[in-house]
Every structure is written in structure tokens, then in C-alpha cells.
Design a protein around this ligand. Structure first.
Ligand SMILES: C[S@@+](CC[C@H](N)C(=O)[O-])C[C@H]1O[C@@H](n2cnc3c(N)ncnc32)[C@H](O)[C@@H]1O
Length: 204
């Protein structure tokens, strides 16, 4: 059976308001991720949320006084329609890889997006080369990773291709892409959930 395009699935989720459950489910991990990076950013800072879904992280970032610009990008048309409906802000409908922003950013944030790509490590390289300002920071959260055994059956249950990497493979991919100060950390840990793997790095 051929696998489905994740952006089609997430459009269906948006039409059934399942984006709201996802927002709630990801909120603790994202809060922890933002708490890690926000004190490190120069002010004012610009940010892009990759795989932004209904745009909730963009709206959160917009609420910070020192955030000068936020852009969201997602490949699901219904998610982008929702993101535009829910507030002001710049949102792009685009499937990755194959699109790059017209400016570079101080912060790249991404939650539960990267493993939908066939080659997420190549995307990290593109982020480093084309999306991030010097001294800029990338933080990305993934829940589907080798050490989270509870996530191993997700590709089958959703009928979607996912690329499962280990914590070490993510770290090495970041270092190979050129990032410095590379760290990984579990965030959003709760009973029954080993946590989101938060992947951090800086462009020198
Ligand atoms: C699990 S959802 C997470 C959404 C949002 N970050 C959140 O935390 O609520 C993954 C998102 O990535 C988007 N996505 C998946 N593959 C994509 C691709 N190749 N290009 C662009 N967006 C993609 C989906 O449309 C979906 O909105």
C-alpha cells in the first residue's frame, strides 16, 4: 500500500480541529524549548517556525516584546488557512525541502516536523546554510526517535513515511551541518512519555 503525504493527513486533522489537541499536547515541550533559547537570543530577534501547523508557536513568539518578526511555514493548506485566520502574521504554504525564506532568521524553531522528511539531516544543512543568521540558534523537537520505543509504530499506524534517528544520529547530523554548542535534551517528560528530544545548535 502506498504511504500517505503527511501534509494531507494534517489538513484532515485541521478540518476536524485536531490541530487544537496537538497544540495542547505539544505545549509543555515547546514551552521548555523556548525557555532554553529565549535567554540566549540577542534583542530584537527574528524567528521562523517550520512545520508551524495552525501557527500557535508563531502567535506565542509574537507576544514577546523583543521578537521583531515571526514567519510560519507549513505544507498543509488547511493548517495555513487556520494559521492566517487565527491572527496576524506571515505564513507560507510550502513543502520542504524545495523552499527557502527570502531572509535569514535569528531563531529557527520546529516542533514535530523534521522526521516527516526523507532526509532530515540534509534539511539541517539547508537551515544552517540558507535560513539562519550568524550567531543564530536552531531548536527542534521530535517525539519519533529511536529511544522513544512507544513511537516506533507511528509510521504504520498513520501510514506515513517517517525517518527514525537516534539521539546520537541527530547530534552528529547537527555537528556535520556546521552547528556548534550542539546539545540534545529531553523536554516535556511526564509519566508514560520519555519526552520530546529537543535538538539545539548555534551557527557560529
Ligand atoms: C505533527 S504536526 C506539528 C505541527 C505544529 N508544529 C505543532 O506542534 O502543532 C507536523 C506538521 O508538519 C507539516 N509537514 C509535514 N511534512 C511537511 C513537509 N514536507 N513540508 C512542510 N510541512 C510539512 C504538517 O503539515 C504538519 O502541520
Amino acid at each position: 500500500m502506498t504511504t500517505r503525504d503527511p501534509t494531507d493527513i494534517f489538513s484532515e486533522w485541521a478540518l476536524r480541529n485536531r490541530d487544537e489537541g496537538m497544540e495542547n499536547g505539544h505545549a509543555n515541550s515547546v514551552d521548555e524549548m523556548l525557555n532554553i533559547v529565549l535567554p540566549m537570543l540577542s534583542t530584537p530577534f527574528s524567528a521562523i517556525d517550520v512545520g508551524c501547523g495552525n501557527g500557535w508557536v508563531c502567535r506565542k513568539l509574537q507576544s514577546y516584546d523583543n521578537c521583531s518578526k515571526v514567519v510560519g511555514i507549513d505544507g498543509s493548506i488547511e493548517m495555513i488557512v487556520k494559521a492566517k485566520d487565527k491572527g496576524r502574521g506571515e505564513f507560507h504554504l510550502a513543502k520542504l525541502p524545495g523552499w527557502a525564506p527570502s531572509q535569514k532568521f535569528d531563531l529557527i524553531h520546529s516542533m514535530e516536523f523534521l522526521y516527516y522528511l526523507t532526509n532530515p539531516l540534509e534539511m539541517l544543512q539547508e537551515f544552517f546554510n540558507e535560513w539562519l543568521n550568524n550567531k543564530g540558534i536552531l531548536i527542534a523537537g521530535v517525539d519519533h526517535y529511536l529511544e522513544n520505543t512507544a513511537s516506533h509504530d507511528w509510521p504504520e499506524s498513520l501510514n506515513v513515511n517517517m525517518t527514525m534517528l537516534s539521539e546520537e544520529q541527530w547530534k552528529k547530523g547537527m555537528i556535520d551541518a556546521g552547528f556548534t554548542d550542539v546539545e540534545t535534551q529531553r523536554v516535556g517528560v511526564r509519566p508514560g512519555f520519555v519526552g520530546t528530544l529537543a535538538i539545539f545548535g548555534r551557527k557560529p
